[in-house]
Design a protein around this ligand. Structure first.
Ligand SMILES: NC(=O)c1ccc[n+]([C@@H]2O[C@H](COP(=O)([O-])OP(=O)(O)OC[C@H]3O[C@@H](n4cnc5c(N)ncnc54)[C@H](OP(=O)(O)O)[C@@H]3O)[C@@H](O)[C@H]2O)c1
Length: 293
């Protein structure tokens, strides 16, 4: 019999991709909130994760074998300006879910972020001290710490910037870039902000591996560290849009609500040693480009 996964954030970019990649191997109960998307082969349920009674009821009804907690308010600028509201889902709901998993002794996988770091000493390993520079990063740190207190066996996956096919209600950071390139618009990209991007397919592979092999913290970064500007150049090359109007700029040139760290590239040696094998960035983007064309 197929095992049951309760997956939060099924309408989000990552959750929707994971549901589509895993739905033939698992019985997935995908939780959504404001976007009730239809995912054939997945049992989609609407739940407000900030309401503990609703979450408890779903655990009772579904009786999951595993919980994959991907839901969040994931936009740093929004979190910066709506701290109370975003803390309810990013921290409180995550801690409640860890508690419910602890009660049942079932695996609990949570997606944290590379933004728990300040960007001054990359690449970052699991044991490096956290030091977030914005509210979203602070919330992820609080969630990590409180989830591990309540359920030390919980699996905390620190994710990098991710790209892939857009979900019906949420897209990755590459889609606006592709649109600008197609429309011939100028695209300002940071030369002084670096990350270790990962495709949604590789993220799904890493999450599965983490679920099976890891208790505690794991970094699931991509194969390479790259600046936003160089990422844009690579994307334009892969799409055959060498004429794309890419303009280099610096973080300080763009005013945003949430401060941004300079380089939060992850050192994922631990995951690599367990079998995590993200594709080279060019291959990941070429795969995505094939689906865009
Ligand atoms: N995308 C990235 O590059 C990236 C990088 C590092 C870490 N992460 C982390 O990876 C995870 C997935 O990110 P993502 O990009 O897929 O996020 P996303 O596209 O913004 O999706 C967020 C999901 O959370 C759900 N949600 C929000 N509030 C909720 C509530 N009160 N009750 C129930 N569900 C709620 C949303 O449901 P509705 O839309 O239906 O309301 C949506 O399904 C998050 O933990 C994020 O912090 C993402």
């Amino acid at each position: 019999m197929m095992k049951k996964i309760l997956l939060t954030g099924a309408s989000g970019f990552l959750g929707w991709n994971v549901c589509n990649l895993w739905k033939n191997d698992w019985k997935i109960f995908g939780l959504v909130f404001s976007h009730v998307v239809d995912i054939p082969g997945v049992n989609v349920m609407r739940v407000d994760l900030t309401r503990y009674e609703e979450v408890k009821r779903v655990f009772f009804e579904v009786r999951p074998d595993v919980v994959m907690h991907l839901a969040a308010v994931s936009a740093p600028n929004y979190c910066q300006e709506h701290r109370v509201e975003s803390t309810k889902i990013n921290v409180d709901a995550s801690v409640n879910i860890a508690g419910l998993c602890a009660d049942r002794s079932i695996p609990c996988v949570f997606t944290s972020s590379d933004l728990v770091f300040d960007g001054q000493n990359p690449p970052y390993r699991e044991e490096d001290p956290v030091c977030p520079v914005n509210a979203y990063g602070e919330q992820k740190v609080m969630a990590e710490q409180r989830m591990q207190e309540i359920y030390p066996q919980a699996t905390i996956c620190r994710m990098p910037l991710m790209f892939g096919r857009p979900a019906p209600a949420s897209e990755s950071f590459v889609q606006p870039m592709v649109r600008a390139m197609v429309e011939g618009k100028a695209l300002k990209l940071f030369t002084d902000e670096r990350r270790s991007p990962l495709s949604a397919e590789d993220a799904a592979q890493g999450l599965l591996l983490a679920m099976e092999k890891v208790e505690g913290m794991i970094h699931l970064g991509g194969a390479e560290s790259i600046s936003r500007f160089d990422f844009g150049r690579l994307l334009a090359d892969v799409l055959g849009m060498q004429g794309a109007r890419l303009t280099p700029c610096l973080q300080r040139d763009v005013k945003m609500a949430a401060p941004r760290p300079r380089d939060v590239s992850l050192d994922s040696t631990k995951a690599f040693s367990l079998g995590f094998k993200p594709a080279p960035l060019t291959d990941g983007l070429a795969h995505l480009a094939d689906r865009i064309r």
